[in-house]
Design a protein around this ligand. Structure first.
Ligand SMILES: [Zn+2]
Length: 293
């Protein structure tokens, strides 16, 4: 059970979001900056996302009438503008996902520079500032959260302190968290990427996705929040997406669910909270003032 379930619009049992992180080939360029341009295999693996998978995913969403959230490193906005345009034209949300997928922990002293450089690209290419953020490799720091608050973001989606959206408070202000976790992320079942030291045994499509659907059943039963954190170049591959598409069709037909972009889900919870009809759980940051131990 969930102690403080959120009342969803129209009496829906569960809020759902399939969120895609369109990292494309940024991953190899940040990992191997000296020679990534020669490495055609990882470049091609990443390019499959914006060029082949995204049109397939958008086609499904369009047919089923879904609007969802995509998180895109700004370098990818600049290199795949046509794909970005089709995502925006279809009415989906695009969130901040770093500039070149740099790790916020490793680049802590230069975080503001990368963060604001990415914001400029969002403004230029998407014509607006993003309202949501997901840290590359989930590595948000206290600096990141305060930067998001400073720039007026509505939510972060990188952290794991609850099953459902919760509120974070820092000295700088407040920010909603749309929580992630590894059980609903497609890297463990589907990624195999030696160049970035990530080598997992790739699961078959139905075996790899089975864990996601079990996560959904638990959230549905508890009036919760079900979110996938997936990547076009992994879950957008032909056989995997075919199964996700079938699951979407079945779920929309048989279940009482609310699919929405994360920005809308955030607005809903924030609205209930402001009206005093819902009391979110609050996490106060920072957790620590300095090194532990
Ligand atoms: Zn990513």
């Amino acid at each position: 059970m969930i102690q403080n379930p959120i009342p969803w619009p129209n009496g829906a049992k569960c809020a759902c979001a399939i969120t895609f992180d369109m990292d494309a080939d940024s991953l190899i360029h940040i990992a191997r900056p000296q020679d990534s341009h020669k490495r055609l295999y990882p470049i091609s693996m990443g390019r499959y996302g914006p060029t082949v998978a995204i049109p397939r995913i958008l086609d499904t969403y369009n047919r089923l009438g879904l609007k969802q959230s995509f998180f895109i490193p700004a370098w990818c906005l600049e290199h795949y503008p046509d794909t970005v345009e089709t995502i925006l034209e279809a009415g989906h949300e695009i969130g901040h996902h770093g500039y070149l997928h740099e790790d916020p922990v490793e680049t802590d002293d230069q975080q503001r520079m990368w963060f604001e450089k990415a914001l400029e690209s969002h403004q230029k290419i998407c014509g607006r500032k993003p309202r949501g953020y997901r840290a590359p490799v989930y590595n948000a720091t206290d600096t990141t959260i305060d930067l998001l608050i400073e720039h007026g973001f509505a939510y972060d989606s990188s952290l794991m302190a609850d099953d459902i959206p919760y509120l974070m408070k820092t000295k700088a202000g407040e920010l909603w968290e749309m929580p992630v976790h590894w059980g609903t992320d497609d890297w463990p079942p589907f990624a195999h990427y030696a160049e970035i030291d990530y080598m997992m045994p790739v699961r078959g499509p139905s075996a790899g996705l089975a864990g996601f659907w079990e996560e959904f059943e638990a959230q549905y039963e508890a009036d919760g929040f079900f979110m996938l954190i997936v990547h076009p170049f992994l879950t957008g591959r032909l056989a995997r997406w075919r199964l996700v598409e079938q699951w979407l069709e079945q779920t929309l037909k048989d279940r009482n669910v609310w699919f929405a972009p994360l920005g809308e889900i955030t607005d809903h919870v924030a609205g209930l909270t402001a009206a005093g009809t819902y009391m979110p759980r609050v996490e106060s940051l920072p957790y620590f003032d300095g090194p532990v131990g």
